[in-house]
Design a protein around this ligand. Structure first.
Ligand SMILES: Cc1ncc(COP(=O)(O)O)c(C=O)c1O
Length: 440
């Protein structure tokens, strides 16, 4: 597959042109990446009005994903999520959105900026972890019945822990209602290449965003916003402007080059290597299960595990002391994110480190259910209201001004506009929140 962005930059670098334009480093290697770091000069196209090399590269990516349109982001899925919301809002006139509560903070930020007031979908079968999703098609249908105004659904799948929602079932619930389905697939860019029917676009999502950098060999900050071929007419045409509402006017050509290179990798050997990596992960999961570890999550390239008698954080500490750095841990589990770029030796080191783990008595720690909260104002009203910081113990009855987010996955425990109660306060303390920002 051709790499129009990289080819353009290479020939520009060879041309000997005097650079009297940004950036200030003039391509001189200081950090090392400067030669790729140009700006929107003649011939380099414009990311949010792409007609040239960026449009060609995006079209290549779109054909790999089977989308109607794929738009590049050099500001992560944090930007693509806001872009999806703005495009959906423009398409629908008014956006009334139901969302699974394990959303990333970018969704909350998008709601604040666009003045959206999401209805939270609390699943019938509660999730065992703040970050986990267990929303079903039936949960979505129930919320649709309770809220006749809803015209869109937002899901995070896969979640941080490797659980995958029934997107196919939820998409058909959305179709019955003629509601749009938006999916935060930040963790699942590779799913398109890991087997049939795994990527949200193949399962009926109208809009979906993938962080290329999380699971594919692309630089941090790269993300893709896809519009489905079956999305309502007009939606694809709104995406670029929607992204540019929130985006920098100086997109990174280093990151665009990374996405451009990714297309040629994905058109080459990478899909075979992804399948091979998933096969190795499946083998490791079986080996660990046989050793007594508890595995969770159905995502094929992620390992989420717990060990009897250990908290997830303790288990992560054990791995670190044996030279292995996990992606994430909490009280309940450790998350590991291998990729085709991990060597066979990396997998062997992981398995032998876990084999050496001293055995402990004890079962699984009880995991408290995330309590639902009463809403007193919208996210935007709460964010812009005067607020004060108080000890969380004194917050009962007060309205949350700024969402309290668990640090790494940035998933909210309480969101702006909700009222603190004792159950929530106890839950917050469990996540080490001892202060709260409340509306004055
Ligand atoms: C579920 C989820 N969505 C969105 C994001 C934001 O993605 P990015 O880092 O590409 O901006 C993250 C980041 O960790 C995430 O975990």
């Amino acid at each position: 597959m051709k790499t129009p962005i990289i080819d353009f930059i290479e020939s520009y670098n060879k041309s000997g042109i005097v650079r009297l334009h940004m950036p200030g480093h003039k391509g001189v290697p200081i950090l090392g990446a400067e030669s790729l770091d140009i700006t929107e000069i003649k011939g380099a196209d414009y990311l949010y009005e792409a007609e040239g090399i960026i449009a060609q590269s995006e079209a290549n990516m779109s054909s790999l994903y089977g989308s109607a349109l794929t738009c590049y982001s050099t500001e992560g899925s944090s930007l693509s999520i806001k872009g999806m919301l703005a495009a959906a809002r423009e398409q629908l006139g008014e956006l009334h959105i139901a969302a699974a509560r394990n959303c990333h903070r970018a969704f909350l930020n998008g709601c604040i900026l666009l003045d959206l007031d999401p209805v939270w979908i609390y699943p019938e079968k509660p999730s065992e972890n703040l970050c986990a999703t267990s929303v079903t098609a039936e949960d979505v249908r129930r919320v649709f019945t309770e809220h006749p105004e809803l015209n869109a659904v937002y899901l995070t799948s896969p979640d941080y822990l490797g659980n995958m929602a029934d997107i196919k079932g939820i998409a058909s619930a959305c179709r019955e209602r003629e509601a749009l389905l938006l999916v935060d697939n930040a963790h699942g860019a590779y799913l398109r290449f890991a087997g049939e029917g795994l990527h949200p676009l193949e399962l009926g999502a109208d809009l979906c965003c993938d962080s290329a950098h999380k699971t594919l060999p692309a630089l941090t900050g790269t993300s893709l916003l896809h519009v489905s071929r079956s999305a309502p007419e007009g939606l694809a045409g709104r995406v670029k402007a929607a992204m540019s509402l929130f985006a920098s006017t100086s997109p990174s050509y280093v990151l665009l080059s990374s996405l451009d290179r990714l297309t040629s990798e994905l058109a080459g050997e990478l899909p075979r290597r992804i399948i091979e990596c998933c096969r190795r992960v499946a083998e490791v999961k079986s080996e660990l299960a046989a050793m007594g570890f508890e595995l969770s999550g159905s995502e094929p390239m992620k390992l989420t595990l717990a060990a009897p008698g250990y908290t997830g954080d303790e288990l992560a500490g054990q791995l670190r002391s044996r030279g292995i750095e996990p992606e994430y841990s909490d009280e309940g589990c450790v998350v590991l994110m291998p990729s085709p770029y991990n060597s066979g030796e990396d997998f062997e080191r992981l398995v032998s480190a876990l084999r050496e783990l001293p055995k402990r008595e004890g079962g699984r720690l009880p995991r408290p259910e995330l309590p639902s909260a009463q809403k007193a104002m919208t996210l935007r009203e709460a964010y812009f209201a005067p607020f004060e910081r108080i000890p969380v113990d004194k917050a009962a009855g007060r309205v949350c001004a700024r969402s309290a987010m668990s640090c790494t996955p940035s998933v909210p425990v309480i969101v702006g506009g909700e009222v603190f109660d004792e159950k929530l306060i106890n839950f917050l303390k469990r996540y080490s929140f001892f202060e709260a920002d409340v509306v004055k």
